[in-house]
Design a protein around this ligand. Sequence first.
Ligand code: COA
Length: 192
Amino acid sequence: MYSGDSVCLRALEVSDLDDIMKHYNNWELRRQTGVPVPKSRRLMETWIEKASLANPWKNGMVYFVIVDKKNDEFLGVARFFGVKSAHNRARLSVSIYDSQHRSKGYGKDAVRVMLWIGFHVLGFHSINLDTMEDNLIAIHIFEEAGFKRVGILRETELVDGKHIGLLYMDILRDEFMEKYPSGTVIGESSTD
Ligand SMILES: CC(C)(COP(=O)(O)OP(=O)(O)OC[C@H]1O[C@@H](n2cnc3c(N)ncnc32)[C@H](O)[C@@H]1OP(=O)(O)O)[C@@H](O)C(=O)NCCC(=O)NCCS
């Protein structure tokens, strides 16, 4: 379990399925994460069983559940995927599932803790991601965490009948370490 200012990140459990299903098929969440079709509970059950067992070095991915540090309430899911051990790199995604919980600082904190885990614990050299070019909140929190804009894959996602670009962003270990060196009080682990 790793904690930031307002969130803790813990392992994904099969028992998280109900919380995930409450908001997973929300249109805005589907749209922003680039999977604009609903998924059935059955499909998600299969996914969560696989995802909860995933090991970054064996399966190329690792999932975390974002919970409120105050009361352990489920907030969303963060993951590293596309992990390439030969290159020490991974892709990142972070989602706060319930729109009521957005814009309260949880996403920004979760990104910092994920980067802390990625660089200080998993030893990645670089972490990258893509986000819809009109997802200004996501772009803002990733830039705040130190991500740089790499480029745009133009008009590549069809959303509501309109083609939107994907903005690619990345951050290198040295850049993160300069901002958050060892001993920085984020991502500290607890025994819980
Ligand atoms: C993107 C997401 C993770 C952000 O998390 P969040 O908890 O809502 O965001 P936070 O409250 O931590 O931070 C919001 C920031 O965006 C800023 N912001 C709000 N509206 C903005 C806008 N139109 N343009 C730029 N920045 C904006 C806020 O001022 C705040 O920054 P600040 O703390 O520096 O003032 C969350 O909204 C989400 O899960 N969205 C749906 C899924 C998604 O888009 N995932 C990312 C794709 S990989």
